[in-house]
Design a protein around this ligand. Structure first.
Ligand code: SF4
Ligand SMILES: [Zn+2]
Length: 120
């Protein structure tokens, strides 16, 4: 079975005007679509708010699809923040919730120092 075979079962299949239909009508079609989970997975994987046919994947709104993609694996994309590197003190911008170092080098320096401290 091809990776895309599920699309043959899509309720919107062959409906070239699907995206022009009222949102409520599209959502109703997606709700009874047998492949809405595959469709949603595709959207999340590509982190795109809209499917090839322009509708929210699996009947989700584009915002919902992007939110699912962002929170997969517990990761969240935050707004950019300005932090101070715990190793060198430089200011750096990050979107990560857990970042502590301005660079890979500073992270390695800290790890190396900690390793030495343990050895002594
Ligand atoms: S869930 Fe996806 S495949 Fe199914 S009707 Fe909606 S947009 Fe089409
Ligand atoms: Zn640093």
């Amino acid at each position: 079975m091809s990776e895309w075979a599920w699309q043959d079962q899509a309720v919107c299949r062959g409906d070239l005007r699907f995206t022009d239909r009222p949102a409520g009508e599209q959502a109703a079609a997606c709700r009874r679509c047998p492949v809405r989970f595959e469709c949603l997975e595709l959207g999340v994987e590509q982190a795109r708010g809209n499917s090839a046919c322009g509708v929210g994947f699996g009947g989700r709104t584009s915002g919902e699809v992007l939110e699912i993609a962002r929170t997969r694996g517990g990761r969240r994309t935050l707004p950019a923040r300005l932090l101070r590197c715990v190793q060198c003190g430089a200011r750096f911008e990050t979107r990560s919730a857990t970042a502590r170092y301005c660079s890979k080098l500073c992270r390695q320096r800290t790890y190396a120092r900690n390793r030495l401290a343990v050895v002594r």
